[in-house]
Each structure stands twice: as structure tokens, then as C-alpha cells.
Design a protein around this ligand. Structure first.
Ligand SMILES: [Zn+2]
Ligand SMILES: [Zn+2]
Length: 421
């Protein structure tokens, strides 16, 4: 859940206080009595790298879209009325920074800055240096705690009580910082491995939870029609035993059979409806809603529904596993794209070499994608609403952690102004 401070500067003052008190307090009260000069220098080097990477994360601009940027054919035309420029794919307007941010991950209250294309590498470096520094300190504390335990049979006046108190207090603080930062690091690293920002992961989860809803497919079909001027062709699933691969007939099929192919055969429909019910059941458990379930009952009662109605139906023969995220280039390339050259990325001055606005789709996407729509596929001006189900809309949907789009700092007003054409 996103933090928001009444005074944003507190978001930086609090971490600075924690870093300074833990790092220098531990050194003054404990480490200087036990470590050699070289070990103390190494410890101070770690502390120094934490400060440097933190400053880099705070002061490095996350990346502003160039004013000359214009959307390429096949991209959403996303105009930011506040910055008065076109937003490239993956960019969002941050409501806190009051500007558009390239490859926006989230607005971080602890750096008073957005985490985006140009400073994601520095943000990750900060997390890694904090993990290394706090782990080193924890090892020292564990060593001293064992020492105190072994000395417990000695007279009390021989123990340094001040040092013992410092070890207890700073161990607790150190463990707290290490755990919270490690959790954040894992979350960022998992997203990075998938080639996604936090916002894109959030969008993926949203799509997954609504995959078999009428709202989603209406929006997808509407987007496809507006972008390509024709109806969405029949979709195939690799799970389907009859799946032959896309081949020449691929996702971009445009012949006269396309419309006809969208009408499910009775056989396919009955099995597909079973899928919908199963999938919708999961959806219901997670989110308390089930448009798909309602739809499946309605459809089984209305077997004589017209062709036109069916065209707007859920593509039950297509699964979430058939959806391809366009910017997942494979593990190593994903890390290199975000962090910079992998061998040197921990150096303070190394960052991504990606410009953050000229995005090319992955080879997998080019070869296997069937929707042929920019990310997210159900995006667009005049979002189709599900009646009386406000939380189904992109702006209102929240994930299992209760996070909505605005919790990442995204300016909802500018997001709603976007259009396809
Ligand atoms: Zn903007
Ligand atoms: Zn921001």
C-alpha cells in the first residue's frame, strides 16, 4: 500500500535518520571496539555507497518524454494535457512530480521522486547496498550476541552495559530495515525479470482477474476495430489440442471468414462455457464479482442468440497464458534493459542505456501475439463500463494488496484523457 506523507520531505528525513543513527550509532557504540581499522574502513565504504545510491535515486530525473515524440502507427495516442506532449508507451503522468515519467514504475515517497526509466537502476542499487550493509552489520551483531551469551557466567560489572543496550536496539532496527528493503527488492526484481514495471504488473493482474468478463472483451474488440478498422479475428489457444500455431493465418487474419470464425460452434461453446464458469469461480473468490458466471448462465439460457451478440462475447477459447506482454525480452535482456551493463551496474554512475520511449516489441510478441494491440489491450478513451460494477473499471480496480492505479502515483485525470486514434 502506498504511503503518503502530509509533508513529503518527511519521506526523505525518516530514512536519512534511520540510516545515520543505525550506521554511525553502531560504529560508535559497538564496532569501533571490536573491528580492525581495515574492517572499519570497509564498513564505512558500505555506508558511503548507501548514501551515494540514495542520493542518486533522489536526484536523478526519472526521465521526461521528449517534446518531439509522436506516436508511431499502432500505438495509443496518449496526449498529456498537463505536460502538453504525447506520452510514449509505458509512460505515465505522476500526480506527485507533476510531470510525465518514462517507463514509470511507481512514485516513491521515500525518495520524493518517481522511479522511472533513467533512475530505476539507481533505485535498485540503493536497495542492494542497503541489503549488503544491513546484512554485514547483522552478522557483526550476531557475533557479539554469541560473545555476550558466552560471557553470561562472568560477573555483571565486567560487561559493557551501554554496548549491550546498543547491540539490542540497533539489531532490532537493522533487522527491520533489512526485511522491509528485501521485500521491496524481491518485488522489484520479480517485476524486472518479467520485463514489467509495477504499474504493468498491476495491469496484468487486473486483466487476469477480468479475463473472462464481457467488459474486457468488449473493450478489446472495440480497440481492435478502432485501431485496425476490422473485427478481431478468431483467437486460438496453445492449450487447445487443435491449435496449429499461428502460421500464415495468424492473429491478423483479415479475410472474409474472420467474422464467421468468431461464432463458436455448439461444441466449442459448451466446453468454453465450462471454462468460463471455472475461471469465473476463481475470479469470484478473489474479487467478489463474477460477470463471466452471470454471462455463462445467460448464454446457456439463450442458445438462440444472434450472431451480432456473439461477436461481442467473451473469447472463451483464449486464455491468460496466450496473452503476451510486449516488452518481455527474456531474463538477461530484461535486467540489462533496466539496470544497464550487468557487469558494472553496481557502480554509481552506471545506468540504463535505453532511451525509455522508443520501445520495440519482443520477438515472441511479434511471432505469437494474437491480439495485435498495444499494452494494455483493454485500454482506451471512453472505457466501457460494466453496469453497477465500478470496481471493474481500470481506475477503480484494486489488487490483492488493495493497490489502485493512483497508489503508484499515476495521475488518473490525464490517464482518462487518452485515446486510440
Ligand atoms: Zn504529463
Ligand atoms: Zn512521481
Amino acid at each position: 500500500m502506498a504511503w503518503e506523507f502530509k509533508w513529503p520531505v518527511l519521506g526523505v528525513i525518516i530514512p536519512c535518520t534511520i540510516i545515520a543513527s543505525t550506521a554511525y550509532g553502531s560504529h560508535y557504540f559497538v564496532l569501533r571496539h571490536h573491528l580492525s581499522f581495515k574492517e572499519q574502513m570497509f564498513y564505512q565504504f558500505l555506508v558511503c555507497m548507501i548514501w551515494v545510491s540514495y542520493c542518486m535515486a533522489i536526484f536523478t530525473d526519472p526521465g521526461l518524454p521528449p517534446r518531439t515524440y509522436t506516436p508511431k502507427p499502432g500505438e495509443w495516442k496518449r496526449y498529456c494535457k498537463k505536460c502538453r506532449l504525447f506520452k510514449p508507451p509505458r509512460a505515465h503522468h505522476c500526480s506527485k512530480c507533476q510531470k510525465c515519467v518514462l517507463q514509470m514504475d511507481h512514485h516513491c515517497p521515500w525518495t520524493m521522486n518517481c522511479v522511472g526509466n533513467d533512475n530505476f537502476s539507481h533505485f535498485m542499487k540503493f536497495l542492494v547496498w542497503v541489503m549488503i550493509g544491513t546484512s554485514y552489520l547483522l552478522l557483526q551483531f550476531i557475533y557479539h550476541i554469541i560473545e555476550y551469551y558466552e560471557m553470561s557466567s562472568m560477573p555483571v560489572y565486567l560487561l559493557r552495559k551501554g554496548e549491550l543496550s546498543a547491540v539490542i536496539v540497533f539489531t532490532l532496527l537493522d533487522v527491520f530495515v533489512l526485511l522491509t528493503i528485501t521485500l521491496l527488492f524481491i518485488r522489484c526484481a520479480v517485476n524486472m525479470a518479467k520485463g514489467m514495471t509495477q504499474i504493468e504488473t498491476w495491469d496484468w493482474e487486473r486483466i487476469e482477474s477480468q479475463f473472462y468478463t464481457r467488459r474486457f472483451w468488449k473493450q478489446v474488440r472495440s480497440n481492435y476495430k478502432r485501431l485496425h478498422g476490422k473485427k478481431l479475428p478468431q483467437l486460438s489457444s496453445w492449450r487447445n489440442p487443435n491449435f496449429q500455431g499461428l502460421g500464415e493465418g495468424g492473429g491478423d487474419e483479415s479475410d472474409g471468414n474472420a467474422e464467421e470464425m468468431q461464432v463458436f460452434s455448439n461444441q466449442n461453446e459448451s466446453s468454453a462455457l465450462a471454462d468460463v464458469e471455472g475461471a469465473s469461480h476463481n475470479c469470484h473468490e478473489n474479487h467478489g464479482d463474477n460477470e463471466g458466471l452471470e454471462l455463462s448462465h445467460r448464454r446457456s439460457n439463450e442458445s438462440e442468440s444472434s450472431v451480432n451478440e456473439q461477436i461481442d462475447e467473451v473469447a472463451t477459447n483464449f486464455t491468460i497464458d496466450d496473452l503476451i506482454f510486449p516488452y518481455d525480452y527474456g531474463l538477461l535482456v530484461n535486467f540489462r534493459t533496466t539496470l544497464g551493463p550487468l557487469l558494472f551496474w553496481m557502480l554509481p554512475w552506471v545506468s540504463t542505456r535505453c532511451n525509455g520511449y522508443d520501445w520495440k516489441s519482443s520477438e515472441d510478441y511479434e511471432e505469437y501475439d494474437q491480439l495485435n494491440l498495444p499494452w494494455p489491450p483493454d485500454f482506451g478513451h471512453g472505457e466501457i463500463r460494466a453496469s453497477n460494477q465500478v470496481f471493474m473499471e481500470r481506475m477503480h480496480w484494486q489488487n490483492d494488496m488493495g493497490e489502485r492505479l493512483r497508489d503508484f502515483g499515476v495521475d488518473i485525470d490525464t490517464e482518462q484523457e487518452e485515446s486510440l486514434d
